[in-house]
Design a binder for this molecule. Structure first.
Ligand SMILES: [Zn+2]
Length: 367
Protein backbone atom coordinates (compact mmCIF):
# COMPACT_ATOMS: atom_id res chain seq x y z
CA UNK A 1 0.00 0.00 0.00
CA UNK A 2 2.68 2.48 1.09
CA UNK A 3 4.80 1.36 -1.87
CA UNK A 4 1.97 2.15 -4.31
CA UNK A 5 1.57 5.67 -2.92
CA UNK A 6 5.34 6.27 -3.04
CA UNK A 7 5.48 4.96 -6.64
CA UNK A 8 2.66 7.32 -7.64
CA UNK A 9 4.41 10.30 -6.07
CA UNK A 10 7.73 9.41 -7.73
CA UNK A 11 6.04 9.06 -11.14
CA UNK A 12 4.31 12.41 -10.79
CA UNK A 13 7.59 14.06 -9.82
CA UNK A 14 9.76 12.43 -12.48
CA UNK A 15 7.52 12.58 -15.56
CA UNK A 16 7.26 16.39 -15.96
CA UNK A 17 11.05 16.78 -15.76
CA UNK A 18 11.82 13.92 -18.14
CA UNK A 19 12.61 16.17 -21.11
CA UNK A 20 14.90 18.69 -19.43
CA UNK A 21 18.48 18.88 -20.66
CA UNK A 22 21.26 20.94 -19.19
CA UNK A 23 25.00 21.33 -19.36
CA UNK A 24 25.85 22.12 -23.00
CA UNK A 25 29.20 23.71 -23.72
CA UNK A 26 29.04 26.65 -26.14
CA UNK A 27 32.68 27.67 -25.77
CA UNK A 28 33.46 26.24 -29.23
CA UNK A 29 34.01 28.78 -31.98
CA UNK A 30 31.63 27.82 -34.81
CA UNK A 31 33.11 27.83 -38.29
CA UNK A 32 29.81 27.73 -40.20
CA UNK A 33 29.77 30.44 -42.89
CA UNK A 34 26.37 31.86 -43.88
CA UNK A 35 27.61 33.29 -47.17
CA UNK A 36 28.89 29.91 -48.36
CA UNK A 37 25.60 28.30 -47.30
CA UNK A 38 23.70 30.97 -49.22
CA UNK A 39 25.76 30.18 -52.33
CA UNK A 40 24.57 26.56 -52.01
CA UNK A 41 20.98 27.81 -51.76
CA UNK A 42 21.32 29.89 -54.94
CA UNK A 43 23.08 27.05 -56.76
CA UNK A 44 20.13 24.72 -56.12
CA UNK A 45 17.63 27.32 -57.31
CA UNK A 46 19.68 27.85 -60.48
CA UNK A 47 18.51 24.39 -61.57
CA UNK A 48 14.93 25.72 -61.54
CA UNK A 49 11.93 24.10 -59.79
CA UNK A 50 12.88 20.59 -58.63
CA UNK A 51 9.82 18.34 -58.21
CA UNK A 52 10.32 14.56 -57.80
CA UNK A 53 11.31 12.73 -60.98
CA UNK A 54 12.23 15.92 -62.86
CA UNK A 55 15.39 16.51 -64.87
CA UNK A 56 16.05 19.61 -62.75
CA UNK A 57 16.04 17.53 -59.57
CA UNK A 58 18.31 14.94 -61.15
CA UNK A 59 20.89 17.61 -62.08
CA UNK A 60 20.58 19.19 -58.64
CA UNK A 61 21.16 15.78 -57.06
CA UNK A 62 24.39 15.45 -59.03
CA UNK A 63 25.48 18.82 -57.67
CA UNK A 64 24.69 17.82 -54.08
CA UNK A 65 26.56 14.53 -54.44
CA UNK A 66 29.54 16.30 -55.97
CA UNK A 67 29.66 18.82 -53.11
CA UNK A 68 29.41 16.16 -50.41
CA UNK A 69 32.02 13.95 -52.05
CA UNK A 70 34.43 16.86 -52.54
CA UNK A 71 34.37 17.46 -48.78
CA UNK A 72 35.28 13.92 -47.91
CA UNK A 73 31.90 12.25 -47.46
CA UNK A 74 30.90 8.94 -48.96
CA UNK A 75 27.57 9.25 -50.72
CA UNK A 76 25.00 6.50 -51.16
CA UNK A 77 21.80 6.83 -53.19
CA UNK A 78 18.75 5.12 -51.74
CA UNK A 79 16.56 4.59 -54.79
CA UNK A 80 12.86 3.84 -54.71
CA UNK A 81 9.81 4.30 -56.89
CA UNK A 82 6.63 6.04 -55.80
CA UNK A 83 3.51 6.06 -58.01
CA UNK A 84 5.71 5.17 -60.96
CA UNK A 85 8.17 8.04 -60.33
CA UNK A 86 11.83 7.17 -59.62
CA UNK A 87 13.06 8.89 -56.44
CA UNK A 88 16.34 8.91 -54.50
CA UNK A 89 17.36 9.81 -50.96
CA UNK A 90 20.94 11.06 -50.80
CA UNK A 91 22.85 9.67 -47.81
CA UNK A 92 26.29 10.95 -46.83
CA UNK A 93 28.54 9.14 -44.35
CA UNK A 94 32.05 9.66 -43.10
CA UNK A 95 32.98 6.04 -43.67
CA UNK A 96 31.56 3.97 -46.47
CA UNK A 97 31.56 0.81 -44.36
CA UNK A 98 30.13 2.37 -41.21
CA UNK A 99 26.40 2.92 -40.82
CA UNK A 100 26.17 3.28 -37.06
CA UNK A 101 26.20 7.07 -36.67
CA UNK A 102 24.28 8.25 -33.63
CA UNK A 103 23.01 11.48 -35.20
CA UNK A 104 21.10 12.07 -38.43
CA UNK A 105 20.82 15.59 -39.86
CA UNK A 106 18.19 15.76 -42.60
CA UNK A 107 16.45 18.09 -45.05
CA UNK A 108 14.32 17.58 -48.15
CA UNK A 109 15.80 18.59 -51.49
CA UNK A 110 12.72 18.28 -53.70
CA UNK A 111 10.34 21.20 -54.29
CA UNK A 112 6.56 21.45 -54.53
CA UNK A 113 5.19 20.93 -58.06
CA UNK A 114 2.50 23.60 -57.64
CA UNK A 115 2.37 26.96 -55.87
CA UNK A 116 -1.11 26.22 -54.56
CA UNK A 117 -0.82 28.75 -51.75
CA UNK A 118 -0.02 31.66 -54.05
CA UNK A 119 -2.27 34.69 -53.48
CA UNK A 120 -2.73 35.02 -57.27
CA UNK A 121 -4.98 32.19 -58.56
CA UNK A 122 -3.29 32.23 -61.96
CA UNK A 123 0.02 31.29 -60.31
CA UNK A 124 -1.28 28.28 -58.42
CA UNK A 125 -0.53 25.83 -61.23
CA UNK A 126 3.09 26.99 -61.51
CA UNK A 127 5.92 25.14 -59.69
CA UNK A 128 7.64 26.46 -56.55
CA UNK A 129 11.32 27.43 -56.83
CA UNK A 130 11.86 26.34 -53.23
CA UNK A 131 14.65 28.67 -52.09
CA UNK A 132 13.41 28.42 -48.53
CA UNK A 133 11.17 25.33 -48.76
CA UNK A 134 13.80 22.82 -49.76
CA UNK A 135 17.06 24.56 -50.65
CA UNK A 136 17.64 26.32 -47.29
CA UNK A 137 17.86 23.17 -45.16
CA UNK A 138 20.03 21.46 -47.76
CA UNK A 139 22.29 24.54 -47.94
CA UNK A 140 22.88 24.36 -44.18
CA UNK A 141 23.71 20.66 -44.44
CA UNK A 142 26.21 21.24 -47.29
CA UNK A 143 28.01 23.89 -45.22
CA UNK A 144 27.97 21.62 -42.17
CA UNK A 145 29.55 18.96 -44.38
CA UNK A 146 32.39 21.42 -44.94
CA UNK A 147 33.05 22.59 -41.38
CA UNK A 148 32.41 19.55 -39.18
CA UNK A 149 35.66 18.13 -37.74
CA UNK A 150 36.54 14.50 -38.46
CA UNK A 151 35.91 13.43 -34.86
CA UNK A 152 32.31 14.62 -35.20
CA UNK A 153 31.70 13.32 -38.72
CA UNK A 154 32.22 9.75 -37.60
CA UNK A 155 29.05 9.95 -35.53
CA UNK A 156 26.91 11.87 -38.03
CA UNK A 157 24.92 10.86 -41.10
CA UNK A 158 23.61 13.51 -43.47
CA UNK A 159 20.41 12.62 -45.33
CA UNK A 160 18.73 14.61 -48.11
CA UNK A 161 15.19 13.35 -48.59
CA UNK A 162 13.36 13.17 -51.90
CA UNK A 163 9.58 13.40 -52.34
CA UNK A 164 8.65 15.37 -49.21
CA UNK A 165 6.61 18.17 -50.68
CA UNK A 166 4.12 16.81 -53.23
CA UNK A 167 1.35 15.97 -50.76
CA UNK A 168 -2.24 16.19 -52.04
CA UNK A 169 -1.12 16.60 -55.66
CA UNK A 170 -1.96 13.81 -58.13
CA UNK A 171 -2.60 11.36 -55.31
CA UNK A 172 0.79 11.87 -53.64
CA UNK A 173 1.42 11.69 -49.90
CA UNK A 174 3.74 13.96 -47.95
CA UNK A 175 7.13 12.82 -46.51
CA UNK A 176 7.52 9.87 -48.90
CA UNK A 177 11.33 9.81 -48.93
CA UNK A 178 11.80 9.94 -45.16
CA UNK A 179 9.12 7.29 -44.69
CA UNK A 180 11.00 5.01 -47.07
CA UNK A 181 14.27 5.75 -45.28
CA UNK A 182 12.88 4.85 -41.83
CA UNK A 183 11.07 1.77 -43.15
CA UNK A 184 14.43 0.58 -44.47
CA UNK A 185 16.22 0.98 -41.11
CA UNK A 186 16.97 -2.23 -39.24
CA UNK A 187 15.97 -2.54 -35.60
CA UNK A 188 19.59 -2.21 -34.50
CA UNK A 189 20.10 0.87 -36.69
CA UNK A 190 17.04 2.49 -35.11
CA UNK A 191 18.34 1.66 -31.65
CA UNK A 192 21.74 3.19 -32.51
CA UNK A 193 20.23 6.51 -33.58
CA UNK A 194 20.24 8.90 -30.63
CA UNK A 195 18.61 11.82 -32.41
CA UNK A 196 17.44 13.01 -35.81
CA UNK A 197 17.34 16.74 -36.53
CA UNK A 198 15.39 18.03 -39.52
CA UNK A 199 16.04 21.44 -41.07
CA UNK A 200 13.13 22.78 -43.11
CA UNK A 201 12.46 26.38 -44.14
CA UNK A 202 15.36 27.86 -42.18
CA UNK A 203 16.41 30.63 -44.58
CA UNK A 204 13.74 33.35 -44.51
CA UNK A 205 15.00 36.92 -44.03
CA UNK A 206 12.65 37.21 -41.03
CA UNK A 207 13.30 33.76 -39.62
CA UNK A 208 11.08 32.69 -36.69
CA UNK A 209 11.55 29.22 -35.23
CA UNK A 210 8.95 28.17 -32.70
CA UNK A 211 9.12 24.82 -30.91
CA UNK A 212 7.42 22.27 -33.18
CA UNK A 213 4.88 20.47 -31.05
CA UNK A 214 5.63 16.81 -31.86
CA UNK A 215 9.41 17.09 -31.61
CA UNK A 216 11.25 15.24 -28.84
CA UNK A 217 11.46 17.66 -25.97
CA UNK A 218 14.91 16.62 -24.73
CA UNK A 219 16.53 17.25 -28.14
CA UNK A 220 14.57 20.47 -28.61
CA UNK A 221 15.65 21.76 -25.19
CA UNK A 222 19.30 21.06 -25.97
CA UNK A 223 19.12 22.92 -29.31
CA UNK A 224 17.12 25.84 -27.88
CA UNK A 225 19.56 26.13 -24.97
CA UNK A 226 22.52 26.39 -27.37
CA UNK A 227 20.65 28.98 -29.47
CA UNK A 228 20.01 30.99 -26.32
CA UNK A 229 23.66 30.80 -25.25
CA UNK A 230 24.76 31.94 -28.73
CA UNK A 231 22.41 34.93 -28.52
CA UNK A 232 19.77 33.71 -30.99
CA UNK A 233 16.70 33.68 -28.75
CA UNK A 234 15.09 36.17 -31.14
CA UNK A 235 15.08 33.44 -33.83
CA UNK A 236 14.84 30.25 -31.74
CA UNK A 237 11.78 31.50 -29.89
CA UNK A 238 10.90 29.76 -26.64
CA UNK A 239 7.26 29.28 -27.55
CA UNK A 240 5.27 26.18 -28.44
CA UNK A 241 4.15 26.09 -32.07
CA UNK A 242 2.10 23.52 -33.97
CA UNK A 243 2.35 19.88 -35.06
CA UNK A 244 3.81 19.73 -38.55
CA UNK A 245 3.65 16.86 -41.05
CA UNK A 246 7.33 16.72 -41.89
CA UNK A 247 10.24 14.35 -42.37
CA UNK A 248 10.84 13.95 -38.61
CA UNK A 249 7.49 12.18 -38.13
CA UNK A 250 8.53 8.71 -39.45
CA UNK A 251 11.49 8.80 -37.03
CA UNK A 252 9.23 9.65 -34.09
CA UNK A 253 6.86 6.83 -35.04
CA UNK A 254 9.86 4.49 -35.01
CA UNK A 255 10.70 5.57 -31.45
CA UNK A 256 13.72 7.66 -32.47
CA UNK A 257 14.14 11.05 -30.76
CA UNK A 258 13.59 13.66 -33.49
CA UNK A 259 13.42 17.43 -33.82
CA UNK A 260 11.94 19.56 -36.59
CA UNK A 261 13.60 22.96 -36.86
CA UNK A 262 11.05 24.75 -39.02
CA UNK A 263 9.68 28.25 -39.57
CA UNK A 264 5.97 27.91 -38.75
CA UNK A 265 3.01 29.24 -36.80
CA UNK A 266 2.66 30.89 -39.19
CA UNK A 267 4.62 29.61 -42.18
CA UNK A 268 6.53 32.34 -44.02
CA UNK A 269 4.47 34.34 -46.50
CA UNK A 270 6.38 32.78 -49.41
CA UNK A 271 5.39 29.22 -48.41
CA UNK A 272 4.14 27.28 -51.46
CA UNK A 273 4.05 30.42 -53.59
CA UNK A 274 6.08 31.49 -56.62
CA UNK A 275 7.73 34.08 -54.34
CA UNK A 276 9.81 31.42 -52.56
CA UNK A 277 12.97 32.83 -54.16
CA UNK A 278 16.57 33.44 -52.96
CA UNK A 279 16.05 37.17 -52.45
CA UNK A 280 13.60 36.32 -49.64
CA UNK A 281 16.29 34.33 -47.83
CA UNK A 282 19.43 35.56 -46.08
CA UNK A 283 22.94 34.30 -45.27
CA UNK A 284 22.43 35.52 -41.70
CA UNK A 285 19.45 33.22 -41.12
CA UNK A 286 21.31 30.22 -42.54
CA UNK A 287 24.34 31.04 -40.41
CA UNK A 288 22.31 31.31 -37.23
CA UNK A 289 20.76 27.86 -37.71
CA UNK A 290 23.98 26.32 -39.02
CA UNK A 291 26.05 27.48 -36.05
CA UNK A 292 23.51 26.22 -33.54
CA UNK A 293 23.48 22.78 -35.15
CA UNK A 294 27.27 22.81 -35.46
CA UNK A 295 27.67 23.51 -31.73
CA UNK A 296 25.02 20.89 -30.95
CA UNK A 297 27.00 18.24 -32.85
CA UNK A 298 30.30 19.36 -31.29
CA UNK A 299 28.67 18.84 -27.90
CA UNK A 300 26.86 15.57 -28.45
CA UNK A 301 28.26 13.61 -31.44
CA UNK A 302 30.80 11.11 -30.20
CA UNK A 303 29.60 11.45 -26.61
CA UNK A 304 27.68 8.86 -24.65
CA UNK A 305 24.75 11.19 -24.06
CA UNK A 306 21.34 9.64 -24.51
CA UNK A 307 18.29 11.75 -25.32
CA UNK A 308 15.08 10.71 -23.63
CA UNK A 309 12.45 9.81 -26.25
CA UNK A 310 9.15 11.65 -26.29
CA UNK A 311 6.71 10.13 -23.92
CA UNK A 312 3.20 9.28 -24.95
CA UNK A 313 1.09 11.62 -22.83
CA UNK A 314 -2.05 9.47 -23.18
CA UNK A 315 -0.12 6.46 -21.89
CA UNK A 316 1.07 8.45 -18.89
CA UNK A 317 -2.42 9.74 -18.10
CA UNK A 318 -3.81 6.19 -18.33
CA UNK A 319 -1.04 4.88 -16.07
CA UNK A 320 -1.63 7.58 -13.46
CA UNK A 321 -5.41 6.98 -13.50
CA UNK A 322 -4.88 3.23 -13.08
CA UNK A 323 -2.48 3.82 -10.21
CA UNK A 324 -4.97 6.13 -8.50
CA UNK A 325 -7.68 3.49 -8.89
CA UNK A 326 -5.40 0.95 -7.25
CA UNK A 327 -4.82 3.38 -4.38
CA UNK A 328 -8.58 3.97 -3.95
CA UNK A 329 -9.31 0.23 -3.95
CA UNK A 330 -6.56 -0.38 -1.40
CA UNK A 331 -7.88 2.40 0.83
CA UNK A 332 -11.39 0.94 0.58
CA UNK A 333 -10.33 -2.52 1.70
CA UNK A 334 -8.16 -1.05 4.45
CA UNK A 335 -11.23 0.88 5.69
CA UNK A 336 -13.47 -2.17 5.40
CA UNK A 337 -11.04 -4.32 7.27
CA UNK A 338 -11.09 -1.83 10.17
CA UNK A 339 -14.90 -1.72 10.12
CA UNK A 340 -15.12 -5.47 10.31
CA UNK A 341 -12.76 -5.40 13.27
CA UNK A 342 -11.41 -8.84 12.56
CA UNK A 343 -14.78 -10.59 12.13
CA UNK A 344 -15.35 -11.20 8.43
CA UNK A 345 -17.97 -13.06 6.55
CA UNK A 346 -17.50 -13.85 2.89
CA UNK A 347 -15.17 -10.89 2.35
CA UNK A 348 -14.23 -11.52 -1.29
CA UNK A 349 -15.32 -14.91 -2.44
CA UNK A 350 -19.10 -14.48 -2.51
CA UNK A 351 -19.22 -10.95 -3.86
CA UNK A 352 -21.74 -10.43 -6.60
CA UNK A 353 -23.36 -7.42 -8.26
CA UNK A 354 -25.91 -6.96 -5.51
CA UNK A 355 -23.72 -7.65 -2.50
CA UNK A 356 -23.66 -4.92 0.05
CA UNK A 357 -21.62 -4.67 3.18
CA UNK A 358 -23.40 -3.66 6.37
CA UNK A 359 -22.06 -3.16 9.81
CA UNK A 360 -24.28 -4.80 12.36
CA UNK A 361 -23.17 -5.17 15.93
CA UNK A 362 -19.49 -5.21 14.87
CA UNK A 363 -20.16 -7.97 12.32
CA UNK A 364 -19.79 -7.76 8.55
CA UNK A 365 -22.47 -9.54 6.55
CA UNK A 366 -23.17 -9.79 2.84
CA UNK A 367 -26.80 -9.55 1.79
ZN1 LIG B 1 6.66 22.63 -48.52
Amino acid sequence: MKAVIILTIVLLLVIPSAGVQTGTDVSYTPLFDGERAYDHLVAQCDFGPRPPGSENLSRCRDYLMEQLTSHGWYVVLQNFTYLGVPCSNVIARHNITTTNASYIIGAHYDTRPRADNDPVPANRGRPVLGANDGASGVAVILELATVLPISVREDVELVLFDAEDSGNINGWSWIVGSTYYVDSMTASRRAQTRAMILLDMVGDVDLRLLRERDSTRSVQDAVWEIAHELGHSDIFIDQLGQSIIDDHQPFLRAGIPALDVIHHAPFPATWHTISDTPDRCSPQSLECVGRVIEVFLLNYAGSDHVFIPSYDISLIVTSVVLLMMVVVVCLYYRYRQRVCDGVQINHFGALNAKSLILRTNDLCVDI
